[in-house]
Design a protein. Structure first.
Length: 95
């Protein structure tokens, strides 16, 4: 789900959706259950079949105000359309 109250940026990429998902997944780690002192990658998140969510890795503390990027991955005849928006997590925005 893309943030409803944020501007959406659209990219048209001349690669297939599976390649785009693999590229995003190669730059992130799964979100850890507990904070760790030495993260392996700068970003954490999830990549699904048609969407993704990426945020900055938190090492020693949790920052609920750190921005999060959410987007969708859509196949088009020219390759893949990526729609993304940046904002706060849903729970943080509700306060």
């Amino acid at each position: 789900m893309i943030f409803a109250d944020r501007a959406v940026v659209t990219y048209l990429v001349p690669r297939g959706p599976s390649e785009v998902r693999a590229l995003i997944a190669s730059e992130i780690e799964p979100r850890p259950l507990i904070l760790r002192a030495a993260p392996n990658k700068e970003f954490v998140g999830e990549v699904g079949a048609s969407s993704f969510e990426v945020s900055v890795q938190q090492s020693l503390y949790r920052n609920d105000f750190a921005p999060c990027i959410r987007g969708s991955i859509e196949p088009v005849p020219e390759g893949t359309r990526i729609k993304a928006s940046i904002g706060l997590r849903e729970l943080t925005r509700s306060f």
